[in-house]
Design a binder for this molecule. Structure first.
Ligand SMILES: [Fe+2]
Length: 263
């Protein structure tokens, strides 16, 4: 009998051990999903700098100009504003929607999200989205960061950050104008918050946006000739210098705060 019991214990031991291992595996499986980082925790760095409100791609729409065409005169003339908004910006929107027409799944994403992830888009629309999606987000920001009541200097946290980074507001202005003048051909000059959370002046060619590089643009000036040629002809430096008269610092401060919150 004793031999029988010993034999049974030996036979059952692997089963007991196997069951214990099975229970352990099941408990690990049950716990692991809860311990995995959520998608929000693993969001790529580029997306952490995004503003909360982004532009719809379903379809993209031309935002209305927030003031009359002649509101920024004499710095920017009414005809330039009309052509710039109603023709140039409208065309970027139209071409962007055309590019996405065959890709309805992409229309549920924001324009900014598509620009931050250009490499993941189908090859045949990458350039169109880059140029026209970029043109759309850049100009949508541009109209908002100008105002008939613009000019003066920034205040609060943005002013403090500008002074800390560039030495003074006038030194920042000089560096911004220089970067705009140095941009060869068509493009933009930007004030961005970089991945270290520091302000930085950069410029981009064509309609490339800092979003493509993982940066959030606080403000940007359009140095395409279509932005200034009727008034300033080839005198881009004069346009860059006059532009401060229409800069909407409260809106730029909002963008700075938004970027700080979303980091
Ligand atoms: Fe433009």
């Amino acid at each position: 009998m004793r031999q029988f019991v010993r034999l049974m214990r030996r036979s059952l031991r692997p089963l007991v051990l196997g069951s214990a291992v099975l229970v352990l595996l099941m408990s690990v499986q049950a716990v692991t999903p809860a311990q995995q980082p959520t998608p929000a925790q693993t969001t790529p760095l580029a997306q952490t700098t995004a503003p909360s409100a982004e532009l719809s791609a379903a379809p993209a729409e031309l935002p209305p100009l927030p003031y009359p065409y002649d509101a920024l005169e004499p710095t920017i003339d009414a005809q330039t504003m009309q052509l710039h908004h109603d023709e140039h910006h409208a065309t970027y929107v139209e071409n962007f929607n055309e590019a996405l027409a065959d890709y309805p799944d992409l229309q549920s994403r924001s324009v900014e999200d598509l620009l931050r992830n250009l490499d993941d888009l189908p090859d045949d629309i990458q350039t169109k989205v880059r140029n026209n999606g970029g043109g759309h987000v850049n100009h949508a920001m541009f109209w908002e960061i100008m105002s008939p009541d613009g000019g003066g200097e920034p205040t609060g946290a943005l002013a403090a950050q500008i002074n800390q980074t560039f030495g003074s507001f006038s030194e920042f202005q000089s560096a911004f104008e220089q970067a705009g003048a140095d941009r060869f051909g068509s493009g933009w000059v930007w004030l961005i918050v970089n991945n270290s959370g520091t302000l930085e002046i950069v410029s981009t060619a064509n309609q490339d946006t800092p979003l493509m590089l993982g940066f959030y643009p606080i403000m940007g000036n359009d140095v395409w000739e279509h932005a200034y040629y009727l008034n300033y002809q080839n005198r881009r430096a004069e346009y860059l210098s006059a532009w401060w008269n229409v800069v909407n610092w409260p809106e730029i401060s909002n963008r700075f705060e938004q970027a700080s919150q979303d980091r």
